[in-house]
Design a protein around this ligand. Structure first.
Ligand code: FAD
Length: 321
């Protein structure tokens, strides 16, 4: 059944995040030939509409207001609810990002709708659209179908393929006037921590360090490997607690959830809380000097040895490729 599906385009520092294109990929599966409408919320976002269309949206609706220049749940909810009221979509897809996790349940409750969160795949089986999502920290997978009402899902970054970019695609970008009122919080200023290199939650390669790196300087060989592979640096909570790195790098149950193509765990024991954040990575390589370390149970490739010997060797070999 063809459905009109609405996706929310997410931006960071003036550019669209990859998860926006993956949301279009998910919407294509859910729309079954129906129209895909991209939504952009913020200030000065009009020019990004064309890129959403090149990635497969049929048209784009923008809601611009200076009160939306920074994300607030209140402001974005008013904007997206106004678009939903206008468009009456049969499906809505957001990224399962910090923004999506905050906004989607609020919208679902306002619409009196269900929400399938953290979806990692969507497929058509026996005439049903089946959504798969990990549960129990990735130890099991749950399959869900929507039997009634709107299809509303958030998708985990890096799992659903985006549609191939087609620079010849064109479509309309229109703006919707929404009066944003009674915001309970007004953000005056955002102080961002300087982050180097690739965005951890969208990285295709993640090199993670644990307590085994032993110091802040111990991350240096990992950074060199990450540079060669175009990857991002992650960490276990053990490394964060020991002050070897910032908590923004923490991966796991109480940190970020990542699903890169390649995850290299260096000096990480593999506690269940760490596995919760990375065990769905496509290929896992573990480097640990303890052959009994739990991380080897989820690793596709295990290297028993000292990370300070092995990581520089890997960097040298990858440089040759
Ligand atoms: P360790 O367990 O100390 O392991 C260090 C490893 O390095 C060892 O296996 C050792 O053999 C190896 N090693 C040492 N030297 C070398 C060397 N030179 N070369 C190679 N290997 C070496 N943890 C997370 O990571 N993320 C979370 O989100 C998280 N949330 C938590 C939430 C709760 C409620 C609780 C209770 C805990 C949470 N934890 C989390 C903590 C978790 O239980 C572990 O304590 C933590 O993951 C351990 O970090 P680690 O593997 O770096 O350290």
């Amino acid at each position: 059944m063809a459905r009109k599906v609405l996706i929310l385009g997410e931006t960071r520092e003036g550019s669209l995040r990859n998860v926006s294109f993956e949301a279009i990929g998910a919407a294509k599966l859910a729309a079954d030939g129906g129209e895909i409408v991209g939504v952009l919320i913020g200030e000065g976002i009009q020019s990004l509409g064309a890129e959403l269309i090149q990635y497969g949206a049929d048209r784009v609706v923008t809601v611009e207001d200076e009160k939306l220049s920074q994300y607030t749940s209140d402001g974005y909810a008013q904007a997206i609810l106004a678009v939903i009221e206008e468009e009456k979509p049969e499906g809505i897809i957001f990224g399962h990002t910090a923004l999506g996790k905050d906004l989607a349940p609020r919208i679902a409750s306002k619409l009196n709708s269900g929400l399938i969160s953290d979806v990692t795949s969507i497929e058509e089986t026996g005439g049903n659209l089946v959504f798969t999502r990990p549960i129990y920290s990735g130890k099991a997978f749950e399959k869900k179908i929507v039997t009634d009402g709107i299809i509303f899902a958030t998708i985990r970054p890096n799992n659903i393929d985006p549609v191939q970019k087609d620079e010849t695609r064109t479509g309309d970008t229109s703006s919707l006037n929404v009066e944003i009122k009674d915001l309970r919080a007004i953000i005056k200023d955002v102080v961002r921590k300087a982050t180097e290199g690739v965005d951890l939650s969208e990285a295709k390669v993640v090199i993670s360090g644990g307590r085994g790196v032993k110091s802040e300087e111990g991350f240096e060989p990992l950074k060199e490997l990450a540079d060669v592979l175009g990857g991002a640096i992650g960490a276990s909570r053990g490394a964060c607690d020991a002050d070897y790195c910032d908590y923004s790098l923490q991966i796991g149950q109480t940190g970020k959830v990542v699903t890169p193509d390649l995850y290299i765990a260096c000096g990480i024991s593999g506690a269940i809380q760490h596995l919760a954040g990375m065990s769905n990575s496509k290929v896992i390589v573990a480097i640990n000097k303890d052959p009994e370390a739990n991380i080897f149970k989820v690793a596709d490739y295990g290297i028993v040895g000292d990370l300070f010997e092995i990581v520089p060797l890997l960097t040298e070999e990858f440089k040759k490729l």
